[in-house]
Design a protein around this ligand. Structure first.
Ligand SMILES: Cc1cc2nc3c(=O)[nH]c(=O)nc-3n(C[C@H](O)[C@H](O)[C@H](O)COP(=O)(O)OP(=O)(O)OC[C@H]3O[C@@H](n4cnc5c(N)ncnc54)[C@H](O)[C@@H]3O)c2cc1C
Length: 274
């Protein structure tokens, strides 16, 4: 069942104030907030984050705790730039969680392949934390993460930990000489997937990233025999209400905000190919 985080009497559209517990600068244009929001949620769900007089943005929960939530945010416009000015102890307004996340219960017993491109690793970090908290329920875990360049590496603190616990494959598209100390692989993350993923047996794949990367990854998986119902994608659409009312995020009868943002690929395949 999907967590809404609300009792029936509460107005689901009413943002509530929460305290920022930690602010961490990940890269020149991304940061992670830890917020004192104690709420039940599923990996892949999102919250609406707002500052009075500024605006509101949907942001995925990138943690798996019932005491706090973490949000990794990229500065792209007015709301996200203002959120970047928050510091420990400040107040931020949230409503949610919203949407359908990854069906982790149904997927117990499977090997998991997690593919994140750039900021797309943020919603997937929520599933990685969930797996860590339910490690016995899943088989082998492979993480494939692609960043544009070493300066775009988010979750560098967590990468060290993931390296110890899972099969971690990190790639950067390019490494401009001398800019950063980086001794990992250079190239597209698709190369690593082509090399390391052998077959589709007992495996499910979660993908989140730029559409061009998602399409390339799905193509490789299909070549390797994966069925569309073994693949889950996270879709981002412009949205406002987050509760299936305003219709901004609607595509062909599906609301990204309530039917997604996580979809099994066979369920949205035709829409995504247009
Ligand atoms: C379900 C969901 C989960 C998301 N999770 C995260 C997350 O974990 N971290 C994160 O940094 N961002 C996430 N986003 C995107 C985030 O909501 C937008 O970047 C943010 O709302 C931009 O607001 P702004 O006022 O700063 O920029 P604006 O001035 O509104 O926009 C700046 C630029 O970003 C584009 N943009 C705005 N909203 C979106 C969107 N929803 N999808 C794609 N492009 C958009 C605009 O078209 C414009 O080009 C998510 C979006 C959705 C729908």
């Amino acid at each position: 069942m999907t967590n809404t985080g609300h009792s029936q009497e509460e107005n689901p559209l009413q943002p509530r104030p929460y305290r920022v517990r930690e602010y961490y600068r990940e890269t020149p244009d991304t940061f992670t907030l830890t917020i004192d929001m104690a709420v039940d949620h599923d990996p892949g769900q999102f919250v609406q984050v707002s500052l009075p007089g500024i605006g509101e943005s949907p942001i995925s929960i990138c943690s798996d705790s019932r005491k706090f939530i973490k949000l990794n945010i990229r500065e792209v416009g007015r709301v996200t730039r203002e959120l970047a000015g928050l510091r420990k102890g400040d107040t931020v307004f949230l409503r949610g969680p919203y949407g359908k996340g990854y069906p982790m219960e149904q997927l117990r017993g499977n090997d998991l392949i997690i593919v994140g491109g750039g900021c797309g690793i943020a919603p997937l970090k929520g599933t990685i934390d969930y797996i860590e908290n339910h490690r016995e329920a899943y088989g082998e875990v492979n993480l494939f993460i692609g960043y544009r360049s070493p300066k775009d590496i988010i979750f560098s603190r967590e990468l060290e930990e993931w390296q110890q616990k899972y099969h971690l494959h990190v790639m950067v598209d390019q490494n401009p000489a001398g800019e950063f100390c980086y001794d990992g692989r250079t190239g597209f993350v698709t190369e690593a997937i082509r090399e390391k993923v052998q077959d589709n047996r007992n495996k499910v794949v979660f993908i989140c990233g730029p559409p061009v990367m998602m399409r390339a990854v799905i193509g490789i998986l299909q070549e390797k025999g994966f069925n569309d119902d073994q693949i889950f994608v996270s879709a981002e659409r412009l949205m406002f209400c987050a509760i299936g009312v305003c219709c901004h995020c609607m595509i062909k009868g599906k609301f990204t905000c309530i039917d997604g943002p996580v979809f099994r690929y066979d369920q949205i395949k035709e829409d995504e190919q247009e």
